[in-house]
Design a protein around this ligand. Sequence first.
Ligand code: UT7
Length: 329
Amino acid sequence: MQVTQLNGPQIISTGSATPQKSLHNEQIGEIVDTSDEWISTRTGIKSRKITDNKVGITSLAVEASNKAIEKAKIQPKDIDLIILATSSPDDLFGSASKIQYELKATKAAAFDITAACSGFVISLITAAQFIKSGTYKKILIIGADVLSKWVDWSDRRTCILFGDAAGAIIMESSNMDCILSSSIKTDGSQTDQLSLTANSTISNPALQLNHRYYNFIDMNGKEVYKFAVSKLPTAIADCIKNANLSIEKVNWLLLHQANERIINAVASKLLLPQEKVISNLSKYGNTSAASIPLALDEANQKGILKTGDIIIMAGFGAGFTWSVVLLKW
Ligand code: UT7
């Protein structure tokens, strides 16, 4: 879409970061009753990257952001806003401010968005609103999660799935709007199907004072699976229709990387051929808010995304939330 003023959001660069350490399916088979064969066939995951003990999302996010900043050929002080999508911040009050400090992006406002695996797409849609309104001109959008630290490593239903990573993009105002259509959906009645809830314990019995801590990730995998496969195709088809496009015009499908079977089922419902599907979860597992920008950066680095390509990005997960953005590269 042509816009009259310089307030059309455009993605001008991407970056990503993953920890050094890999954890292969066979290694998980040594600690819980599972196998490479089960994990590969049910999920498509072969391996994932895991952060060391004291490493959290901040350092991964800073590394991914610095790469995106460098590729955009801008300075950190040029950034007006930092939006961090994460559900595993290093600080419950938010980690975006620390990232702003470490990047030396002194002019940028910064805040976190918590929406699990939909977080990155929701953040991208939010950032686009700030550009379209003329409020900001350069926005750094980050998706970063370290869910390996929040799984119960004795629970084979969940510990096989998650890995750690960060991905980042720079969005800039231009005379073209790259967002063709978008949607954000929530079904709060399903919150209990996938959660990382707080718990509390009495710390002073006399005064009945308590303090909170967090449980491990709890998931009803089958229900999450059914939700994703039933809701995403409709939400994506609606976005394509709202942009007055047809599915044939779509060049790439980039879904949240949770399960290869989910990705393939959604692609097949949309009648999108396999060669249009971007997938890298075999190497990284489910990296939550990082999965879409990580795969986007990888595709961008490979040079497979061409100017003018139509890309569907869709996140889904806890909440339940699901969000779709249709964009022109
Ligand atoms: O970011 C969004 C987050 N989450 C998701 O997207 C998850 C969506 N769901 C899924 O990806 C799949 O439901 C899973 C991969 C989690 C599970 O696959 P499934 O095909 O739905 O398996 P299931 O839960 O129906 O379990 C089938 C069997 C069960 O045994 P029985 O009851 O048939 O004897 C499980 O106990 O597989 C067993 N099982 C395992 N076996 C070996 C469950 N986990 C494992 C495991 N290794 N890791």
